[in-house]
Design a binder for this molecule. Structure first.
Ligand SMILES: Cc1cn([C@H]2C[C@H](O)[C@@H](COP(=O)(O)OP(=O)(O)O[C@H]3O[C@H](C)C(=O)[C@H](O)[C@H]3O)O2)c(=O)[nH]c1=O
Length: 192
């Protein structure tokens, strides 16, 4: 497994070691100790799968309270995946980073607790699989507008297909700071 830092401390790209043979391929998509050795010490509480057609954008979502860290990957197709730091007090508050995830590149993307997450589908369809460090709590489900100009995310789609919820999500500046995660460490790691 190869762990690649991104422009946002904590957000990490993971390139698994792929074993190919005449049957196909095998790779480990998660290994608790190897992840912990790279500072990603997590317990998986819930796993989700979704399928989306080309042009769909799901996000930007987060849970507060009960923040979820997310280990995400694409099993079919390709997506443009985005993580946004929305932790109050973080030196990188409001900054984002993106990664192309696909069945072909087999990459995983670690989105820590306290970050908003979303993806846009750039293939005919995409099967998205992700593992969360806490369970879904409907009343804690929250979102930020995908095209918030202050975030300036460079999405590959101009007019995505959105859920009714995502179409009316608030701008980050419109969210009560008391409803946003807080950065645990002045240096920018963890969240409260
Ligand atoms: C997230 C979730 C949803 N649901 C139910 C609630 C709705 O009736 C239905 C669809 O939910 P939603 O439209 O929020 O699904 P997505 O738009 O794919 O949201 C997810 O995709 C973005 C990219 C994320 O990062 C979040 O993990 C997650 O919010 O599934 C559940 O029962 N359990 C769950 O964990």
């Amino acid at each position: 497994m190869n762990f690649i830092e991104t422009g946002l401390p904590g957000v990490t790209i993971i390139e698994p070691k792929v074993f190919g043979d005449d049957r196909g391929f095998f790779f480990e998509s998660f290994h608790a100790q190897r992840f912990a050795d790279h500072g990603i010490d997590i317990r998986i509480a819930q796993s989700n799968v979704s399928r989306s057609a080309r042009g769909v954008l799901r996000g930007l979502h987060y849970q507060w309270p009960r923040p979820q860290g997310k280990l995400v990957q694409v099993l079919e197709g390709e997506v443009y995946d985005v993580a946004v730091d929305i932790r109050r007090g973080s030196p990188t508050f409001g900054r984002w980073t993106a990664c192309v995830l696909s069945a072909q590149n087999k990459r995983l993307f670690w989105v820590p607790e306290g970050f908003a997450h979303g993806f846009a589908v750039t293939s005919d369809s995409a099967v998205f699989c992700y593992h969360c460090t806490d369970v879904y709590v409907p009343e804690a489900d929250a979102g930020v507008r995908w095209n918030d100009a202050e975030l300036g995310i460079d999405w590959p789609l101009a007019e995505p297909v959105l859920s009714a919820k995502d179409a009316v999500a608030p701008l980050l500046s419109q969210i009560d700071p008391g409803r946003l995660p807080t950065c645990r460490q002045p240096g920018g790691s963890g969240c409260l």
